[in-house]
Write a protein of this length. Structure first.
Length: 317
DNA sequence: CTAGGATCCTGTCAGC
DNA sequence: TGCTGACAGGATCCTA
């Protein structure tokens, strides 16, 4: 779920909530699922948040005591903040009797400014913790919830100066905005027999794309997802990098394809997919370019969406 | 070294 | 209804 634009959206949002006095000091940490938090939670108590960084899909929360929380949401992670004011009011709403469900939801909508959430879209986030809550960081002025259905994501405590040496982070390739078509083309030559879709999901080749934006970038570049990397021309590689930039820029402008203010009563699914996706999750619908029906297949074990007309396959010589 | 498949987990949905 | 298998916006580990 969370790909680069979602994580960046979370970074920007949490910046306004957590840094210095807005969040205040960390009071305590509840680790509800051991494997979701690596390190000693006591090490961050008493610290302020100094800043938030992002490396690809990894979010780094830098603290005032030279420690950092490295957070990866993987498939189903969410980060949700609410301030103390929200917590009080939400509890009041929850415990009020004789109120209809609709009224309750409206009340929560009025509290949006006290909250921020992003990551895997789900409903029912107005009352936390829920059974998917893995970690709660209690600040002086609010709470940060790390929810994760499948437990693939994690928070990991590191010394700030060790973050860039982390085995995942140090291997990350450039993001599309910093990568040239030549550079990607060069990398493709080292994986000639790999399927192009799988290659661009590899964060050590190009960083930031996940399953949605990989499909969208390939559609932009008019490249069939099943083609082998060795058949991709320099021109196509350049279009592909450009496509990655374009689709992720669009998503960033829309606040990511994911939840922004998470207690919307009309569903929390975010804007990107409905507004901008050309192929992802549009199987059976018409391609907006040519009217051909979008097809869903499996490539490298991942669900893959493409237009068979715009993205014709090319046979290897 | 590369390429492909299994794997970590829980929840949901289609089909019987 | 209940059961079953497939699948899910990620990354790593194992095998050939």
């Amino acid at each position: 779920m969370p790909e680069l634009p979602e994580v960046e959206t979370i970074r920007r949002g949490l910046k306004n909530c957590l840094i210095k006095e807005k969040g205040g000091k960390v009071l305590s940490v509840d680790v509800l699922e051991k494997k979701s938090f690596l390190g000693d939670p006591d090490d961050i108590c008493g610290a302020f948040v100094d800043g938030l960084r992002r490396y690809g899909k990894a979010l780094i929360i830098d603290l005032s005591n030279k420690k950092s929380i490295v957070c990866h949401l993987r498939m189903t992670g969410q980060l949700v903040w609410w301030d103390s004011d929200y917590a009080k009011k939400a509890f009041k709403i929850k415990s009020a009797s004789g109120v209809s469900k609709e009224e309750v939801i409206n009340e929560y909508d009025n509290l949006l400014e006290h909250t921020f959430g992003g990551g895997h879209p789900t409903d029912g986030l107005m009352i936390l913790p829920n059974k998917q809550t893995r970690v709660i960081v209690h600040f002086e002025k609010g709470e940060l919830f790390f929810n994760d259905q499948r437990k693939f994501g994690f928070m990991k405590l590191l010394s700030t100066d060790m973050v860039e040496k982390d085995s995942f982070i140090c291997k990350l390739a450039k993001e599309p905005w910093k990568m040239s078509g030549d550079e990607l083309y060069g990398k493709l030559q080292r994986h000639k027999n790999s399927v192009i879709k799988s290659i661009i999901l590899d964060q050590t080749i190009i960083c930031g794309l996940g399953n949605i934006y990989a499909d969208e970038a390939l559609h932009y570049a008019k490249i069939n997802p099943s083609r082998r990397a060795g058949t991709i021309s320099l021109e196509e590689a350049s279009r592909l990098v450009e496509g990655a930039r374009v689709v992720m820029d669009r998503s960033l402008a829309a606040g990511g394809s994911t939840i922004r203010n998470y207690v919307k009563s009309d569903g929390t699914k975010g804007d990107y997919l409905e507004l901008f996706a050309e192929v992802f999750n549009r199987q059976g619908k018409e391609c907006r370019e040519c009217g051909t029906k979008i097809v869903k297949i499996k490539v490298g074990g991942r669900g893959t969406h493409f237009c068979p007309m715009c993205q014709k396959d090319v046979k290897m010589k």
